[in-house]
Design a protein around this ligand. Structure first.
Ligand code: HEC
Length: 101
């Protein structure tokens, strides 16, 4: 009885964490949506005129705004919101970018 209960708790936790992983994993999202231009470790790609993101002076909120809203003065793709990116995903990416160094 007791062990069955524990098992249920464990599988619920496992389920929850994989769900979050799929939706909001900043590292995976970064690889998929940003690394092509900004480099696998945020080192930037001069050939693409994409600046380094590691050690950025922007904070996580500014980073996620940059993705969800874009800025008219920026060059593509950041002159508008990036497509297919939810606010939660942008936040996860921003938090991940802040860990790059
Ligand atoms: C198609 C190539 C491309 C992709 C994909 C891309 N970027 Fe960029 N990014 C650029 C370019 C080019 C600039 C420079 C734009 C400018 O200065 O106006 C830039 C600028 C930025 C800046 C501003 C840096 C600064 O110091 O001002 C941030 C932050 C940024 N990108 C984050 C991201 C993130 C996070 C992703 C993934 C969700 C991403 N970018 C995807 C090309 C790209």
């Amino acid at each position: 009885m007791k062990s069955k209960c524990l098992l249920t708790v464990a599988s619920v936790m496992l389920f929850t964490s994989t769900t979050v992983f799929a939706a909001d994993d900043g590292a995976a999202l970064y690889k998929k949506k940003c690394a092509g231009c900004h480099g696998a470790n945020g080192e930037g790609k001069p050939a693409l005129k994409a600046p380094a993101l590691k050690g950025t002076s922007l904070d996580a909120d500014q980073l996620s705004q940059h993705l969800t809203k874009g800025e008219a003065t920026s060059k593509p793709p950041h002159n508008k919101a990036m497509s297919g990116l939810t606010e939660a995903q942008a936040k996860a990416i921003a938090d991940y970018v802040k860990t790059l160094q």
